[in-house]
Design a protein around this ligand. Sequence first.
Ligand SMILES: Cc1cc2nc3c(=O)[nH]c(=O)nc-3n(C[C@H](O)[C@H](O)[C@H](O)COP(=O)(O)OP(=O)(O)OC[C@H]3O[C@@H](n4cnc5c(N)ncnc54)[C@H](O)[C@@H]3O)c2cc1C
Length: 279
Amino acid sequence: MTIYVAPSLAAALDALHDYGPAGAIFAGGTWIMRSPIRHEPLKGHYVAIGRIAELKAVRIGTDALEIGAAVTHTALATALAGLPEFAVLAAAAGHSANPAIRAMATIGGNLAAADFAAADCVPALLCLDAEVEIAGHGGGERVSLAQYLKIRSTLAAGRLLCKIVVPRTGRKTAHIRLPQRKAGDYAAAIVSLAVSLDAAGRVETARIAIGSVEPVARRWERLETALVGHRLEPIRAAQTAGGLVDEFVGRNSVDVPAWYRVSVLPGLVRRAAAAALGS
Ligand SMILES: Cc1cc2nc3c(=O)[nH]c(=O)nc-3n(C[C@H](O)[C@H](O)[C@H](O)COP(=O)(O)OP(=O)(O)OC[C@H]3O[C@@H](n4cnc5c(N)ncnc54)[C@H](O)[C@@H]3O)c2cc1C
Protein backbone atom coordinates (compact mmCIF):
# COMPACT_ATOMS: atom_id res chain seq x y z
CA MET A 1 0.00 0.00 0.00
CA THR A 2 1.24 3.53 -0.78
CA ILE A 3 0.20 6.94 0.55
CA TYR A 4 0.82 10.00 -1.61
CA VAL A 5 0.53 13.31 0.28
CA ALA A 6 -0.92 15.67 -2.31
CA PRO A 7 0.41 19.26 -2.17
CA SER A 8 -2.57 20.71 -4.11
CA LEU A 9 -6.06 19.84 -5.27
CA ALA A 10 -4.85 19.52 -8.86
CA ALA A 11 -2.12 17.10 -7.79
CA ALA A 12 -4.63 15.05 -5.80
CA LEU A 13 -6.99 14.81 -8.78
CA ASP A 14 -4.11 13.84 -11.09
CA ALA A 15 -3.00 11.08 -8.73
CA LEU A 16 -6.54 9.75 -8.28
CA HIS A 17 -6.97 9.74 -12.04
CA ASP A 18 -3.74 7.78 -12.51
CA TYR A 19 -4.53 5.22 -9.79
CA GLY A 20 -8.07 4.56 -11.09
CA PRO A 21 -10.08 2.00 -9.07
CA ALA A 22 -6.92 0.99 -7.14
CA GLY A 23 -6.79 4.42 -5.49
CA ALA A 24 -8.84 6.29 -2.88
CA ILE A 25 -8.75 9.47 -0.84
CA PHE A 26 -7.25 9.38 2.64
CA ALA A 27 -8.69 12.16 4.80
CA GLY A 28 -8.62 11.62 8.58
CA GLY A 29 -8.21 7.86 8.16
CA THR A 30 -10.58 7.13 11.07
CA TRP A 31 -12.95 5.12 8.88
CA ILE A 32 -10.27 3.63 6.63
CA MET A 33 -8.26 2.40 9.64
CA ARG A 34 -11.16 0.18 10.64
CA SER A 35 -11.52 -1.45 7.20
CA PRO A 36 -10.16 -4.80 8.46
CA ILE A 37 -12.80 -4.85 11.25
CA ARG A 38 -15.48 -4.43 8.56
CA HIS A 39 -13.77 -7.16 6.46
CA GLU A 40 -13.13 -4.63 3.66
CA PRO A 41 -9.86 -4.80 1.70
CA LEU A 42 -7.61 -1.75 1.85
CA LYS A 43 -6.87 0.07 -1.42
CA GLY A 44 -3.47 -0.21 -3.09
CA HIS A 45 -2.92 3.55 -3.18
CA TYR A 46 -4.18 6.39 -1.00
CA VAL A 47 -4.05 10.10 -1.78
CA ALA A 48 -3.84 12.11 1.45
CA ILE A 49 -5.59 15.49 1.26
CA GLY A 50 -4.76 16.90 4.69
CA ARG A 51 -2.08 19.30 3.41
CA ILE A 52 -4.25 21.04 0.79
CA ALA A 53 -4.89 24.53 2.16
CA GLU A 54 -8.11 25.19 0.22
CA LEU A 55 -9.65 21.99 1.59
CA LYS A 56 -8.83 23.04 5.17
CA ALA A 57 -10.62 26.41 5.09
CA VAL A 58 -13.90 27.49 6.75
CA ARG A 59 -15.38 30.69 5.31
CA ILE A 60 -18.33 32.28 7.09
CA GLY A 61 -19.80 34.70 4.54
CA THR A 62 -22.92 36.85 4.79
CA ASP A 63 -24.93 34.51 2.53
CA ALA A 64 -23.29 31.14 3.01
CA LEU A 65 -20.94 29.03 5.06
CA GLU A 66 -18.28 27.20 3.02
CA ILE A 67 -16.41 24.28 4.54
CA GLY A 68 -13.45 22.57 2.92
CA ALA A 69 -13.75 18.79 2.87
CA ALA A 70 -10.58 18.26 4.92
CA VAL A 71 -11.71 20.43 7.84
CA THR A 72 -11.65 18.31 10.98
CA HIS A 73 -14.59 17.95 13.33
CA THR A 74 -12.69 19.86 16.03
CA ALA A 75 -11.78 22.74 13.71
CA LEU A 76 -15.36 22.98 12.46
CA ALA A 77 -16.90 23.01 15.93
CA THR A 78 -14.44 25.72 16.97
CA ALA A 79 -15.13 27.85 13.88
CA LEU A 80 -18.91 27.72 14.41
CA ALA A 81 -18.95 28.40 18.15
CA GLY A 82 -21.32 31.25 19.00
CA LEU A 83 -23.38 31.03 15.79
CA PRO A 84 -26.85 29.70 16.85
CA GLU A 85 -27.97 29.07 13.26
CA PHE A 86 -25.14 26.51 12.99
CA ALA A 87 -25.49 25.09 16.52
CA VAL A 88 -26.73 21.87 14.92
CA LEU A 89 -23.51 21.43 12.97
CA ALA A 90 -21.23 22.59 15.78
CA ALA A 91 -22.85 19.99 18.06
CA ALA A 92 -22.60 17.26 15.40
CA ALA A 93 -18.92 17.96 14.85
CA GLY A 94 -18.16 18.70 18.50
CA HIS A 95 -19.81 15.71 20.18
CA SER A 96 -19.17 12.80 17.81
CA ALA A 97 -16.73 10.05 18.80
CA ASN A 98 -14.08 11.35 21.24
CA PRO A 99 -11.56 14.23 21.28
CA ALA A 100 -8.71 12.27 19.66
CA ILE A 101 -10.93 11.11 16.79
CA ARG A 102 -12.50 14.55 16.33
CA ALA A 103 -9.03 16.03 15.89
CA MET A 104 -8.47 13.71 12.87
CA ALA A 105 -11.89 12.93 11.33
CA THR A 106 -12.91 15.28 8.52
CA ILE A 107 -16.30 16.49 7.41
CA GLY A 108 -15.66 15.21 3.88
CA GLY A 109 -14.88 11.74 5.20
CA ASN A 110 -18.03 11.87 7.31
CA LEU A 111 -20.19 12.49 4.23
CA ALA A 112 -18.26 10.14 1.92
CA ALA A 113 -18.21 7.01 4.12
CA ALA A 114 -21.13 5.32 2.36
CA ASP A 115 -21.79 2.53 4.86
CA PHE A 116 -21.59 4.73 7.95
CA ALA A 117 -25.22 5.06 9.11
CA ALA A 118 -24.33 6.87 12.35
CA ALA A 119 -22.37 9.76 10.81
CA ASP A 120 -23.30 12.87 12.80
CA CYS A 121 -22.65 15.60 10.24
CA VAL A 122 -24.95 14.04 7.61
CA PRO A 123 -28.31 14.75 9.33
CA ALA A 124 -26.97 18.09 10.61
CA LEU A 125 -26.14 19.21 7.06
CA LEU A 126 -29.38 17.79 5.62
CA CYS A 127 -31.41 20.01 7.93
CA LEU A 128 -29.29 23.00 6.86
CA ASP A 129 -30.08 22.43 3.14
CA ALA A 130 -26.38 21.91 2.36
CA GLU A 131 -24.93 21.40 -1.09
CA VAL A 132 -21.61 19.75 -1.92
CA GLU A 133 -19.05 20.41 -4.63
CA ILE A 134 -17.51 17.40 -6.29
CA ALA A 135 -14.29 17.78 -8.30
CA GLY A 136 -12.84 15.40 -10.85
CA HIS A 137 -10.14 15.31 -13.48
CA GLY A 138 -12.64 16.34 -16.14
CA GLY A 139 -14.44 19.10 -14.16
CA GLY A 140 -16.71 19.66 -11.19
CA GLU A 141 -20.35 19.90 -10.19
CA ARG A 142 -22.48 21.05 -7.27
CA VAL A 143 -25.36 18.88 -6.03
CA SER A 144 -27.60 18.86 -2.98
CA LEU A 145 -26.36 16.73 -0.10
CA ALA A 146 -29.47 14.55 -0.45
CA GLN A 147 -28.52 13.86 -4.07
CA TYR A 148 -24.89 13.19 -3.13
CA LEU A 149 -26.01 10.57 -0.61
CA LYS A 150 -27.84 8.78 -3.42
CA ILE A 151 -24.88 8.75 -5.83
CA ARG A 152 -21.84 8.62 -3.54
CA SER A 153 -21.28 4.86 -3.68
CA THR A 154 -21.40 4.91 -7.49
CA LEU A 155 -19.04 7.87 -8.01
CA ALA A 156 -15.82 7.07 -9.83
CA ALA A 157 -12.77 6.65 -7.59
CA GLY A 158 -11.28 9.88 -8.95
CA ARG A 159 -14.16 12.09 -7.78
CA LEU A 160 -13.30 14.17 -4.74
CA LEU A 161 -15.82 15.93 -2.50
CA CYS A 162 -14.03 19.24 -2.08
CA LYS A 163 -16.44 21.69 -0.43
CA ILE A 164 -19.71 21.88 1.51
CA VAL A 165 -21.84 25.00 1.01
CA VAL A 166 -24.52 25.89 3.57
CA PRO A 167 -26.92 28.81 2.98
CA ARG A 168 -27.37 31.21 5.89
CA THR A 169 -31.03 31.28 6.90
CA GLY A 170 -30.89 32.34 10.54
CA ARG A 171 -32.98 29.36 11.65
CA LYS A 172 -32.95 28.03 15.20
CA THR A 173 -31.15 24.70 15.21
CA ALA A 174 -30.29 21.73 17.42
CA HIS A 175 -28.61 18.32 17.15
CA ILE A 176 -29.62 15.61 19.61
CA ARG A 177 -27.83 12.26 19.58
CA LEU A 178 -28.56 9.27 21.79
CA PRO A 179 -25.40 7.26 22.51
CA GLN A 180 -25.36 4.24 24.77
CA ARG A 181 -22.46 5.63 26.75
CA LYS A 182 -21.56 9.24 27.43
CA ALA A 183 -18.79 9.53 24.81
CA GLY A 184 -16.87 7.63 22.17
CA ASP A 185 -19.96 5.84 20.98
CA TYR A 186 -22.07 5.77 17.84
CA ALA A 187 -25.51 7.26 18.39
CA ALA A 188 -28.43 4.82 18.36
CA ALA A 189 -30.50 7.62 16.82
CA ILE A 190 -29.94 11.25 15.87
CA VAL A 191 -32.41 14.13 15.39
CA SER A 192 -31.13 17.30 13.68
CA LEU A 193 -33.58 20.19 13.53
CA ALA A 194 -33.70 23.70 11.99
CA VAL A 195 -36.78 25.92 12.21
CA SER A 196 -37.74 29.50 11.50
CA LEU A 197 -40.51 31.02 13.63
CA ASP A 198 -42.82 33.98 13.05
CA ALA A 199 -43.37 36.74 15.60
CA ALA A 200 -46.00 34.63 17.38
CA GLY A 201 -43.64 31.67 17.70
CA ARG A 202 -45.35 29.64 14.95
CA VAL A 203 -43.19 27.48 12.73
CA GLU A 204 -42.69 29.02 9.27
CA THR A 205 -40.18 26.50 7.91
CA ALA A 206 -38.99 23.24 9.41
CA ARG A 207 -36.19 20.87 8.52
CA ILE A 208 -35.82 17.68 10.53
CA ALA A 209 -33.31 15.01 9.60
CA ILE A 210 -32.95 11.60 11.20
CA GLY A 211 -29.62 9.79 11.41
CA SER A 212 -28.52 6.30 12.47
CA VAL A 213 -32.05 4.85 12.46
CA GLU A 214 -31.96 3.70 8.82
CA PRO A 215 -28.86 2.89 6.73
CA VAL A 216 -28.74 6.44 5.31
CA ALA A 217 -29.86 9.64 7.08
CA ARG A 218 -32.86 11.43 5.58
CA ARG A 219 -35.30 14.26 6.14
CA TRP A 220 -38.56 13.54 8.00
CA GLU A 221 -40.75 15.55 5.65
CA ARG A 222 -44.14 14.48 7.03
CA LEU A 223 -43.17 15.74 10.47
CA GLU A 224 -41.81 18.98 8.99
CA THR A 225 -45.13 19.61 7.24
CA ALA A 226 -47.13 18.76 10.36
CA LEU A 227 -45.21 21.30 12.48
CA VAL A 228 -45.55 24.25 10.08
CA GLY A 229 -48.17 26.83 11.17
CA HIS A 230 -48.17 25.72 14.82
CA ARG A 231 -46.27 27.06 17.80
CA LEU A 232 -43.12 25.04 18.40
CA GLU A 233 -43.95 23.29 21.67
CA PRO A 234 -41.60 20.42 22.51
CA ILE A 235 -44.24 18.10 24.00
CA ARG A 236 -46.65 18.69 21.14
CA ALA A 237 -43.84 18.15 18.62
CA ALA A 238 -43.04 14.83 20.29
CA GLN A 239 -46.70 13.77 20.18
CA THR A 240 -46.89 14.65 16.50
CA ALA A 241 -43.69 12.68 15.89
CA GLY A 242 -45.15 9.72 17.76
CA GLY A 243 -48.07 9.63 15.34
CA LEU A 244 -45.77 9.56 12.31
CA VAL A 245 -42.89 7.43 13.49
CA ASP A 246 -44.14 4.24 11.86
CA GLU A 247 -42.70 5.40 8.52
CA PHE A 248 -39.23 4.44 9.77
CA VAL A 249 -37.87 0.92 9.39
CA GLY A 250 -35.01 0.80 11.87
CA ARG A 251 -31.78 -1.05 11.24
CA ASN A 252 -30.73 -3.91 13.48
CA SER A 253 -27.22 -4.16 14.89
CA VAL A 254 -25.52 -6.23 17.57
CA ASP A 255 -25.84 -3.43 20.14
CA VAL A 256 -29.12 -1.77 19.22
CA PRO A 257 -32.32 -3.41 17.91
CA ALA A 258 -34.28 -1.73 15.13
CA TRP A 259 -37.40 -1.11 17.24
CA TYR A 260 -35.39 0.80 19.85
CA ARG A 261 -33.91 3.23 17.32
CA VAL A 262 -37.42 4.06 16.09
CA SER A 263 -39.12 4.21 19.48
CA VAL A 264 -36.73 6.85 20.89
CA LEU A 265 -37.39 9.31 18.05
CA PRO A 266 -40.36 11.20 19.60
CA GLY A 267 -38.35 11.85 22.76
CA LEU A 268 -35.38 13.07 20.74
CA VAL A 269 -37.69 15.38 18.75
CA ARG A 270 -38.92 16.85 22.04
CA ARG A 271 -35.35 17.44 23.20
CA ALA A 272 -34.35 18.93 19.83
CA ALA A 273 -37.30 21.35 19.86
CA ALA A 274 -36.49 22.41 23.43
CA ALA A 275 -32.82 22.89 22.58
CA ALA A 276 -33.64 24.96 19.49
CA LEU A 277 -35.88 27.18 21.62
CA GLY A 278 -33.04 27.54 24.10
CA SER A 279 -34.98 25.99 26.95
C1 LIG B 1 -14.20 4.59 17.52
C2 LIG B 1 -14.75 5.65 16.59
C3 LIG B 1 -16.01 6.18 16.82
C4 LIG B 1 -16.52 7.15 15.97
N1 LIG B 1 -17.78 7.65 16.22
C5 LIG B 1 -18.30 8.57 15.39
C6 LIG B 1 -19.61 9.07 15.59
O1 LIG B 1 -20.33 8.67 16.51
N2 LIG B 1 -20.08 10.00 14.73
C7 LIG B 1 -19.34 10.46 13.67
O2 LIG B 1 -19.83 11.29 12.92
N3 LIG B 1 -18.08 10.03 13.48
C8 LIG B 1 -17.55 9.10 14.30
N4 LIG B 1 -16.29 8.63 14.09
C9 LIG B 1 -15.46 9.26 13.07
C10 LIG B 1 -15.75 8.76 11.65
O3 LIG B 1 -14.91 7.70 11.33
C11 LIG B 1 -15.56 9.97 10.76
O4 LIG B 1 -16.54 10.92 11.17
C12 LIG B 1 -15.75 9.84 9.27
O5 LIG B 1 -16.77 8.99 8.91
C13 LIG B 1 -14.51 9.47 8.53
O6 LIG B 1 -13.80 10.62 8.34
P1 LIG B 1 -12.27 10.55 7.98
O7 LIG B 1 -11.85 11.94 7.65
O8 LIG B 1 -11.50 9.86 9.02
O9 LIG B 1 -12.32 9.71 6.62
P2 LIG B 1 -11.36 8.56 6.06
O10 LIG B 1 -11.33 7.41 6.98
O11 LIG B 1 -10.07 9.15 5.64
O12 LIG B 1 -12.20 8.17 4.73
C14 LIG B 1 -13.49 7.59 4.83
C15 LIG B 1 -13.97 7.23 3.41
O13 LIG B 1 -14.33 8.42 2.70
C16 LIG B 1 -13.52 8.61 1.55
N5 LIG B 1 -13.22 10.05 1.52
C17 LIG B 1 -12.65 10.76 2.53
N6 LIG B 1 -12.63 12.06 2.20
C18 LIG B 1 -13.20 12.17 0.97
C19 LIG B 1 -13.47 13.27 0.10
N7 LIG B 1 -13.14 14.53 0.42
N8 LIG B 1 -14.07 13.03 -1.10
C20 LIG B 1 -14.44 11.76 -1.44
N9 LIG B 1 -14.19 10.67 -0.65
C21 LIG B 1 -13.59 10.88 0.55
C22 LIG B 1 -12.28 7.72 1.77
O14 LIG B 1 -11.70 7.31 0.56
C23 LIG B 1 -12.91 6.56 2.55
O15 LIG B 1 -13.58 5.69 1.67
C24 LIG B 1 -15.75 7.64 14.90
C25 LIG B 1 -14.47 7.10 14.67
C26 LIG B 1 -13.98 6.11 15.50
C27 LIG B 1 -12.61 5.56 15.23
